[in-house]
Design a protein around this ligand. Structure first.
Ligand code: ATP
Ligand code: MG
Length: 431
């Protein structure tokens, strides 16, 4: 009901239907009256043909039925005095008139032939009306047929005119939250342009606010780094001094806390960096090469947990993406796989080309992620409840931000018999 398009179509359709109805009524009335006048003229002409000589023959012929005309439309010719077939009062004046004969209205012309002969030419009103009605209906038929066509065309045209608006809203709807680029206003109706300009200004302001916020997070993380490094240094120095075992225990806890804080700050800095729209230079990149790099980095962790980690696919695929981005993305996924897979587990990395896209899979034998959590784990600081591992909850946010800026897709699924399968689909494969 609030749709402008619907209201416009409805009002215009109503207007068309209303005007057509009024025009139809007027046309019908006019045609009906004209047809009646025409028939009055015919009656008058027939009466003019009645002469003292032709009277008897005409009277006789009028009684016979005329093929092709119905009974009610029949003309009768008689003298007033014969009283048959119509019984009429003798005092009728000359001229055209409507009279009632035994409950049936007749249209008659009375004419005085000579001193004692008066003739009547008549026709039942019902028959005349039917003829008039038929011809009047014929005049309004075009209206009746054209109005639905007109209304249909109107709906079609209105829909076409609103198309730019529909396209605009759907393009806005399909945007990711990272895309704050301006909406194009070329080719839009001039009524919508101010609206688009206002939205673009708003997008600009939102972009500035978001950038400001990101810079604040990045600056804060950066500023926290130095004091934290100093604190770690002090803790290390403290370790070298003599102290009772109880104090040493406390110091160990303090150092663990410091390490966690440093990892968190590093993750925050990485997130702030990858959320920036501008990514680094793109290279033609071998996925196997990136795999090797990431495996080298994380092998010690995997070995510490006796996890069998390796690449299962022999083929290589090359893509065009910034190397640093892809490395951070895969490192975070592999890091999760190692962290959440129990000791003695297994992690397989693979890559294959599917329809000009590189499909990278990281499959682990850990507990996996419940279906209902799979969207939420991408939120910053979100960690699955019951998770006993250390972590800041930023890893998958980093993965998603990188995916958004390099045009990749990340999907979480089940591995058989248990575990998580992460599928990263990279467009822009290069042969
Ligand atoms: N391979 C996996 N198997 C099981 N659960 C996982 C796996 N990867 C991620 N998760 C779950 O998703 C949550 C979010 O992961 P994410 O990488 O964003 O954060 P994190 O690993 O807790 O911290 P960070 O990576 O920042 O150090 C994790 O806390 C964990 O519960
Ligand atoms: Mg993680």
């Amino acid at each position: 009901m609030r749709s402008l398009r619907f209201r416009l179509s409805a009002w215009l359709s109503l207007l068309i239907a209303g005007i057509a109805a009024v025009a139809g009524v007027i046309a019908f009335e006019t045609a009906f009256r004209e047809a009646n006048e025409l028939q009055d003229g015919q009656l008058a002409q027939v009466s003019a043909l009645v002469t003292p000589r032709s009277l008897a023959a005409m009277e006789h012929e009028a009684l016979a039925s005329v093929p092709g005309t119905d009974h009610e439309a029949k003309l009768i010719v008689q003298t007033l005095a014969t009283r048959a077939p119509l019984t009429l009062p003798a005092a009728l004046p000359d001229g055209i008139q409507t009279v009632n004969v035994a409950g049936t209205p007749w249209r008659i012309v009375v004419k005085t032939l000579d001193a004692d002969t008066r003739v009547v030419v008549g026709q039942q009103t019902a028959g005349r009306d039917e003829i008039a009605r038929n011809s009047a209906l014929a005049t309004i038929m075009p209206f009746v047929m054209l109005v639905p066509v007109l209304i249909f065309m109107l709906g079609f045209l209105v829909r076409r005119m609103f198309m730019p608006l529909t396209a605009l809203s759907s393009s806005l709807d399909h945007r990711t939250e990272h895309d704050l680029s301006e909406l194009p206003d070329a080719g839009l109706p001039s009524e919508i342009v101010p609206f688009v300009v206002a939205i673009n200004r708003l997008l600009g302001r939102i972009g500035q606010t978001v950038a400001l916020q990101r810079r604040f997070v990045a600056d804060a993380a950066h500023e926290l780094r130095s004091p934290l490094t100093a604190l770690s240094l002090q803790a290390e120095r403290l370790e070298a001094t003599e102290m009772p075992p109880q104090a040493r225990e406390r110091l160990a806890a303090l150092k663990r806390g410091l390490t966690r804080a440093r990892v968190l700050i590093e993750q925050l800095l990485t997130l702030a960096r990858v959320q920036d729209q501008a990514s680094g230079p793109t290279h033609t990149l071998s996925i196997q090469h990136v795999f090797r790099h990431v495996l080298e980095e994380s092998m010690p962790l995997a070995e510490a947990k006796r996890i069998d980690m390796g690449v299962t696919s022999k083929d290589d695929v090359t893509v065009r993406v910034p190397e640093v981005d892809l490395r951070i993305l895969l490192r975070n996924l592999v890091d999760n796989a190692i962290r959440y897979t129990p000791e003695g587990g297994r992690i397989d990395l693979s890559v294959c080309a599917v329809d000009d896209q590189a499909v990278v899979r990281i499959v682990d034998s850990g507990p996996g992620i419940a279906r209902e959590e799979r969207e939420r784990v991408f939120d910053p600081f979100y960690r699955v409840i019951g998770n006993v591992q250390n972590g800041s909850g930023l890893g998958l946010s980093i993965v998603r931000s990188i995916a958004a800026r390099i045009g990749a897709e990340v999907e979480l699924g089940d591995a058989a018999p248990h575990g998580l399968q992460v599928t990263v689909t990279l467009a822009g494969i290069s042969h």
